[in-house]
Design a protein around this ligand. Sequence first.
Ligand code: N01
Length: 538
Amino acid sequence: MNAPANTSPATLDAVVIGAGFAGLYALHRLREMGLNVHGFEAGTGVAGTWYWNRYPGARTDSASDVYQYWFSDELLKDWNWSERFPAQEETERYLNFVADRLNLRPMISFSQRVTAAKWDAASNVWVVTTDKGESVRCRYLLSCLGPLTEPKVPPFKGHENFKGQFIHTSRWPKGGMDLRGKRVGVIGTGATGVQVIQTIASQVGELFVFQRTPTYAIAMRNPKLTDADRAATRARHKETGEAVKHSLAGFAFNMQTTPWADTTKEQRRKIFEDLYADGSLIMWGGNFGEVLVDPVANEELSEFMREKMRSRLTKPGAADKLIPKYGFGTRRPPLDIGYLEAFNRENVHIVDLLESPIERVTETGIKTGNAEYPLDVIILATGFDAATGAITAIDIRGRDGVAIKDLWDRDITTAMGLQKHGFPNFFTSAAPLAPAAAFCNLPTCLQQQVEWITDCIGYVEKNGKDKVVEATQAFEDNWVKHHDEVTNATLIAKVDSWWTGANIAGKPRRVLSYVHVGNYRQACEDVARKGYEGFEIR
Ligand code: N01
């Protein structure tokens, strides 16, 4: 390993795993606090999600005016977004710009995957090991691994014999792949599949979309930004930065304030139309709160969305296959740019896996129960082992050698997603039971969590005798109870998706994300104000 810069060979104050949105900010904050901190990143560069997910069409579903750091006027002033919803390369460039401006790169060991971290109770340090066989000791360990990091690669029988290219979207090569004229299969129609499909449909020879569960699609409105747009956005920075903090989902909009019951069907239709015309996730996070809890309200909105989708589909039979029957917003609704229209093309074919599932991958393609599809390339848009997967991929052992993976294999619990009882001085961002994995515009939640974690470390540095902090079991249990009460009241809890962990065989079921960003922030602030009540500082 390159020796971590500015560190003695002895014990670092802190190690940060991951150099995406959260990791970069954590490195910056801890260094500002005067701590000796070092980062490890598996990739060759910074940007996390935006480093790994370079598949065709990758872009954010969060508007650029809320997809950024808020802590530095300089950064806000000097970065110019080119589009409302920036593409992957632009967001990757932004995070590189931040890393350079803050001079964070020298603090990071790249191409080093952390493989294990063990708590040494005798000396109150974490011993962190990487895949290069290097080992460092640190007092605080921060997981900034992101919620959607560990790819889900379904164990399709025979895939190792496939003679063509077989690739998960989050492992797309940096130089891209030439798909022109090829026979391509895409498995999966979540937010990633939508972006891949709509982007490559016109490039490939034939495109076979292997769909199990259809997805809702909200037509994205993605204008190029002018200098005037950027100036207007800058003028609203303070107000926007405040609005995101208190909203339902970390965006600059909130849910309707008029109760559903106080509106007529016609008034609601007008509201739905206005939200839809915005071409953003306001259709979900700015709608009536009732649509997330009341099946009747949800069905009215779902029918509206189905009608919008139907009007875009011209190929006979396509609507029957592509329009979901489950409730809108109970799974993550993607924004799209021509996803549905792609299915109107002659070269795009939908393979309905509910009619006939994939039996195996052959040397030349995919075999379902009733047909064989010869393919040159198979693209897995099959998602991630969300929230827990990246953390449990590391052998993290807390007090008494207990592995976090063993605990989460039985029950996924945390103390506000920030710590786990039994793992002193280990902090997590984007972890289960915080509003990160699903119901948050991630930069909003990641910044808030990093700020809470680093403030907590500052407090422990001042007030802890041994400088050790650990969530109590009672606090964790209470948070889990509260989280379950809040999230189980929603329709989301009743639907299978990565939001409930149902996409991974054997994963204990729980809504992975807390559902209200503003309320969560308030709860975190209350804990801190009371001297980190619920966290034992020793
Ligand atoms: O993953 P997913 P994703 N056989 O889990 C199918 C964020 N994101 O990567 O639902 C056949 O949603 C699976 O089918 P089913 C965003 O938060 C953001 O698309 O299990 N099919 C499903 O269709 C998003 O929600 C952005 O029946 C299989 C698909 O694969 C999250 O990432 C862009 C299968 C997986 O969908 C994850 O999205 C992209 C199998 N064995 C992603 N296993 C933006 O901001 C899985 N599937 C724009």
